[in-house]
Ligand binder design. Sequence first.
Ligand code: ADE
Ligand code: ZN
Length: 324
Amino acid sequence: MLEFLRRLPKVELHLHIEGSLEPELMFELASRNCIELPYATVEEAKAAYEFDDLQGFLNLYYQGMNVLRTEQDFYDLAMDYFKRAREEGVVHIDMHFDPQAHIQRGVSLDVVMSGLLSAKHDAETSLDLSVGMIMAFLRDRPAEEALQVLEQAAPYWKSLDAIGLDSAEHNNPPIKFQAVFARAKEIGLVRVAHAGEEGPADYIVQALDVLDVQRIDHGVRCLESERVVQRLRDEQIVLTVCPLSNVSLKVVDQLRFHPLPKLLEEGLKVTISSDDPAYFGGGLLTNHIACAEAFGWGADVFRLLNLNAIEEAFTSDERRKELI
Ligand code: ADE
Ligand code: ZN
């Protein structure tokens, strides 16, 4: 099974590139940019990655990305993950990135975009890895700020595949971003959103109805409402479920109690992703292996999940045919 999972050409739809920052690279960038870290060693950083909830993780996630300052830093961040993912048999990644988290710290949108786009270019030309770009907005920041960043990103609209919505879900309902998502739709951008990770099933419905999203990131709490499950099944909306993330952030107690098997039983269009691999114990292959151990899934289940991801991936039809 391990060899099958390693060889399976895997597609990842839900990956925050800032969440792929391994402590080793964090230390290297901190030294390059003369930044002091709150950890003395890589081991100390790793030991701090124990979370009670999403907010506990987000605090360290935003602190960690403070080492990213230059175009080269963003390039190195992305290439570091792309190379590791490729070694694990990943062939396509839809990559979220959080421009507001960088602009706030005085790092320009141009620096972020140039670094990430040149890494995407090099991955696509030299690694045989295709990359989708999802510009995500922080739902715990004002919607006006998100709208401003979306307008500021005009020179990059053609390089984006979608906009997304992430960060702290509690008390930040999708409806807060109605105007931002309406503007993105007007521009012709696809929309996705995190919903039903820590927030209620109702946020999933709002994301579909008010933000007109094409896929739901996480969505595991849909199971709290039969009506929402029915809707997701009827419309075959893709859920980008992140098993090890859900365990790390205590959305579920243990992987063997994760609702993934139930989501599949309900006929939902499920995919699996790593979310923030540097913080949650591993990348896409590790998530696959953990699911095989926890649920006893055979090759057919993984083939189905991967096919769901291929159908939904932000890539050309030509590339999609290659991936199938
Ligand atoms: N940003 C990075 N990872 C996230 C997650 N799991 N949920 C919400 N926002 C995020
Ligand atoms: Zn996420």
